[in-house]
Design a protein around this ligand. Structure first.
Ligand SMILES: [Zn+2]
Ligand SMILES: [Zn+2]
Length: 646
């Protein structure tokens, strides 16, 4: 039998760029069978123009189609979503009157949110066993399409699901349910074919979460879990997670007394304790020395401005929701979310000639951004943070040289901390301000800077900000996690908004180009990253306490203090507690002090010292001067590990 003539044909684009012609009503699965019967039967889901969809979803003409099968990254997401359904099913088997909210997969696993669920960590093992049971039962996971009306009936006693239904579905549209055994859920999918296809599931923790992330709403119970195809992948995940927890900056910050965030002082508002500020101060001094060398001038601006400034800069239109704004008398003020407008205002208060440029301003500027309370966490998400900000006002012909200078500073910083980095150039997006000429010229100069360094970089076409192209850095920490790093951002917009100008060689007024740059970015985030990167074992130059002198007995206390005095200029303490040497060594180790100097009767008689490092290596009969010379060099060169004994 031939196909009816009326059947229309459409074409989808496969990952290799080839086109596949199929019937107009074909699904993802039909396409897979068209490619080959083996692929057809292996199909779990599809990706249409990058979006994960059920294998039952209809394809459309011109769509880029990817078939998702067992073993791919997307497959893991599909399987984890199915695991979240098993979690909800297990919960409803164990607890009555629970209301279901949402249960999506995440990058690390999945979660499901419940209301009216009273559960604690000890119950997770029971739920895990129930999930194993559900997997062993190997229920078929059936997809069903319903009208909105039918769905409404079925969700009569699920208030949150009803709310989603009313919002997501238009009348007359079909919605999908996924059913496994006695349990079902309103869900767009996709899912694996049966619960037996889910590998190993582990429940991780319980947390509170506001319905739809809005703190005005009910606080629900969120259960986090993860799933992998096999046990060894799960074990690897657990190990990595433990490693990350061991390095958690909140715990180490507390142990080392670096900072605190207290209820009484407010959320997301970190307080640096003396030890933490010591590290911070070293970081500030390092950047200050680089800035001074590169010809920056320090400026200072207040934390609060009249909102007229934010109207002028455009922040009021685009950013007001994230700002702290308040009235004083008849005027409206706002805490600054960025330092740039203040610096632009300083530049504007002057008349400049082309010969004066470049002008480079630097400030360790505290900024305030109103993140959602639920998102605040340690130093990683805060309301108040400091940027090692820099703004340059330059002529268009100076872009290349100045960007090169900034890149030198950034790579200097990243290499000082042994961080491996990558770079990306983001170019002109569709919507942008500034002439073609200035964009082309700027992009050319940025490319030339990158080419000159002979380093690989990613070209992210069209990903620049609307006001200028930028170079982004990303780096990797000691346990392979990737972090957003410093940015060099060109800006053709703010000079316009602030009417900035200089008099050119031609005696005409010209608009300067503005560059925003930071070497660390936010001190808070960088500090947090360093704590975790070093696991609190800061390099000598950063360590809050650099050397601790341990007298073996009380009789050596006087000598211990005399030795400590020889290390004037270093952060040195004497452990004068009445305690055994072993305990003192242990305490210094726990406090992550890079070096211990041990002095007993032998050392006192010979006028020398024993040196022990944080790797537990020890050397006797060390001359005080030799060790001090070494410390000076280690600090000066910002070496990352104590290496006197290495
Ligand atoms: Zn679902
Ligand atoms: Zn800026």
């Amino acid at each position: 039998m031939s196909e009816p003539d009326s059947q229309q044909r459409i074409a989808v684009v496969l990952p290799d760029g080839s086109e596949l012609e199929v019937d107009a009503d074909a699904t993802v699965e039909d396409c897979a069978y068209e490619i080959g019967p083996g692929l057809g039967s292996d199909t779990v889901a599809g990706k249409l123009d990058g979006e994960l969809v059920a294998k039952e979803a209809a394809v459309y003409d011109g769509a880029e189609l990817e078939i998702v099968t067992d073993g791919s990254e997307e497959y893991l997401r599909v399987m984890r979503h199915s695991a979240s359904h098993c979690l909800a099913q297990a919960v409803e088997r164990h607890y009555d009157d629970v209301d279901l909210a949402i249960g999506p997969p995440t990058d690390e696993g999945f979660y499901y949110d419940f209301d009216n669920l009273d559960v604690d960590e000890e119950d997770l093992a029971d739920l895990e066993r129930e999930i194993e049971e559900i997997i062993a039962e190997d229920y078929e996971i059936e997809r069903e399409e319903l009208s909105v009306d039918e769905a409404r009936d079925r969700l009569a006693d699920e208030p949150y699901k009803l709310e989603l239904l009313e919002e997501l579905a238009d009348e007359g549209q079909q919605v999908t349910f996924y059913k496994q055994g006695e349990w079902e859920d309103l869900c767009a999918g996709p899912h694996v074919d049966s619960t037996g296809e889910i590998g190993v599931v582990k429940l991780l923790e319980i947390a509170g979460a506001y319905w739809r992330g809005d703190e005005e709403n009910t606080m629900q119970t969120r259960i986090y879990g993860t799933a992998f195809e096999d046990e060894s992948d799960l074990e690897e995940f657990v190990e990595r997670k433990e490693e990350a927890e061991k390095r958690d900056h909140r715990r180490i910050g507390n142990e080392m007394d670096l900072f605190s965030i207290q209820d009484v002082t407010g959320p997301g508002l970190p307080l640096y304790h003396p030890a933490g500020k010591t590290v911070l101060k070293e970081l500030e001094d390092f950047v200050e020395s680089l800035n001074q060398e590169a010809g920056y001038d320090y400026v200072e601006t207040p934390h609060v401005f009249k909102t007229d400034l934010w109207h002028r800069s455009g922040h009021y239109e685009n950013y007001a929701d994230d700002m702290f704004i308040f009235d004083v008398g008849d005027d409206e003020f706002g805490l600054k979310p960025m330092n740039c407008p203040g610096h632009a205002a300083i530049f504007q208060d002057h008349s400049w000639s082309y010969r004066d440029l470049p002008i480079r301003y630097a400030e360790n500027g505290k900024v305030y951004r109103k993140e959602q309370r639920g998102e605040l966490s340690g130093l990683s998400r805060v309301w108040a943070f400091t940027i090692d900000d820099g703004h340059l006002f330059i002529r268009p012909d100076q872009i290349e040289r100045e960007v090169e200078g900034i890149m030198d500073m950034i790579t200097d910083v990243l290499e000082t901390f042994d961080l491996e980095y990558e770079m990306a150039l983001a170019t002109r997006p569709e919507k942008s301000v500034g002439s073609d000429e200035i964009w082309d010229r700027a992009e050319e100069q940025l490319e030339s800077v990158l080419e000159k360094r002979n380093l690989d970089y990613e070209l992210e076409e069209g990903d620049g900000a609307f006001y200028g192209p930028k170079i982004d850095f990303a780096f990797e920490d000691a346990i392979g996690r990737s972090w957003d790093g410093p940015t060099v951002q060109l800006d053709f917009n703010m000079p316009q908004r602030f009417d900035l100008d200089y008099v050119g060689e031609d005696n005409e007024e010209h608009e300067p180009v503005m560059i925003h740059r930071a070497l660390y970015g936010s001190y808070e985030r960088f500090f947090m990253m360093l704590i975790e990167h070093y696991e609190g074992n800061f390099p000598l130059w950063l360590a809050p306490e650099q050397v601790r002198v341990l007298p073996i007995s009380d009789g050596n206390l006087g000598y211990a203090h005399r030795v400590a005095n020889e290390f004037d200029g270093f952060r040195v303490e004497v452990d004068d507690r009445d305690s055994t040497l072993e305990r003192k060594i242990r305490a210094a180790h726990d406090d992550r002090v890079p070096y211990q100097i041990i002095v007993g009767d032998n050392e006192e008689e010979d006028g020398n010292i024993s040196v022990r490092d944080r790797f537990e290596d020890q050397e006797y009969d060390v001359e005080i001067e030799a060790f001090r010379d070494h410390l000076e060099a280690e600090r000066e060169e910002k070496r990352t590990e104590p290496d006197f004994l290495q």
